[in-house]
Design a protein around this ligand. Structure first.
Ligand code: KG4
Ligand code: ZN
Length: 343
């Protein structure tokens, strides 16, 4: 008679910003991924840290229960709990970290701390619909979200190096702030994406920031955009209304061109054609179109996680946790959350 080996079952918890999320992984596959968004921030035009932390406290227990239930797992079956340690909003992180530590202590199982930015990259190892293959090492990952814009040289699951990053605003912020200047609601990225579909990307041109190496900067673009809109409104107060789609298409294409220019340079310099993207901005349809063109032109292999694993989610946290579990990289109960945490 053979003894069946017990499956590896890990619970993942994410609470770094304004999404409370829990996911269950069974033997390397995601079995559930539950995300509770916090609509409350819409009224404020951005994330309010104090409100985010309070909402995490309300959401965490139901979100974890739901994730276990959807995966058909009893908490006693868990092998370990993985959680986001940072970077992020401290008050938000503390909720997930404390919850994970207490639950693991009660169940007497190990805990695994995860870097949120590493997890965004590792979301590319979750089964997806875009490219059924998984990236091979080394690959470059363009991680573009509301808080970060990075090019990450990924040498192995747990061996990464940030080779370029933004010096100020992130790409998602550039979208959201441009939308705000136009009087559009928060978060503006998806709204700009939608309006741009019927616009001309060459209608207006904006300056491309000049930054060294593979780094980015988006704050100058934001200022240029603000003055462009103000000046045009002086000539015609209905400028935005009359040109909404063209303005969105033009600013979107500028942001995407800036992102891809540095990515292309890094790929060329390092001779790496395995290219992954991650983060909320990876949902942008113009970015995806341009990447498909480059895939054909430069013989790149492109990898994009499904949308639920691009925006903040615990699926990516538990995936990162799994690779650490295999290497027995556990941590002890003295661990605490950290707002700044580089790869
Ligand atoms: O990864 P994410 O959910 O949260 C952070 O970790 O920040 O990313 C959110 C960002 C927001 O700035 C949002 O406007 C942007 O991703 N975003 C988009 C699109 N969908 C989400 N930006 C451009 N086009 C989209 N379709
Ligand atoms: Zn994120």
């Amino acid at each position: 008679m053979y003894l069946l080996e017990k499956p590896v079952v890990i619970l993942g918890i994410e609470s770094s910003c304004d999404d409370t999320s829990a996911a269950v992984l069974i033997d390397g596959k995601i079995a559930s991924n539950v995300i509770a968004n916090q609509d409350i921030h819409k009224d404020y035009g951005g994330v309010v840290p104090e409100l985010a932390s309070r909402a995490h406290q309300q959401n965490i227990l139901p979100v974890v229960s739901q994730a276990l239930k959807l995966a058909n797992i009893e908490k006693e079956q868990l092998s370990a709990i993985a959680f986001t340690r940072g970077p992020g909003l401290l008050g938000s992180l503390l909720v997930g970290v404390s919850f994970a530590k207490s639950m693991a202590m009660a169940l007497n199982i190990p805990i695994i701390e995860v870097n949120h930015m590493e997890a965004h990259v590792l979301a590319n190892f979750i089964d997806n619909n875009y490219n059924k293959e998984k990236p091979t090492f080394p690959f470059l990952c363009l991680t573009v979200s509301g808080g970060h814009s990075q090019i990450v040289l990924t040498k192995d699951y747990l061996s990464m190096q940030v080779i370029g990053e933004t010096k100020d605003d992130a790409a998602g912020e550039a979208f959201d702030k441009s939308a705000k200047i136009m009087g559009l609601p928060y978060p503006g990225g998806p709204i700009i994406d939608n309006l741009a579909k019927n616009g001309d990307p060459k209608a207006f041109s904006f300056p491309h920031p000049k930054v060294d190496g593979y780094n980015y900067s988006f704050s100058g673009l934001k200022t240029a955009f603000l003055y462009f809109i103000k000046n045009k409104q002086k000539e015609s107060p209905t400028f935005i209304e009359n040109n909404k789609e063209d303005i969105c298409a033009s600013i979107q294409s500028t942001i995407v061109d800036v992102l891809l220019h540095k990515l292309e340079k890094a790929s060329d310099d390092l001779g790496i054609k395995e290219i992954a993207i991650a983060g909320g901005v990876a949902a942008n349809s113009h970015l995806r179109e341009k990447l498909s063109l480059l895939e054909a032109k430069l013989k790149w292999n492109i990898y994009i996680p499904d949308f639920q694993y691009c925006t903040d989610n615990a699926g990516m946290i538990v995936m990162a946790g799994y690779y650490k579990y295999l290497k027995k990289q556990f941590t002890d109960q003295s661990i605490s959350a950290t707002a700044r945490y580089s790869i």
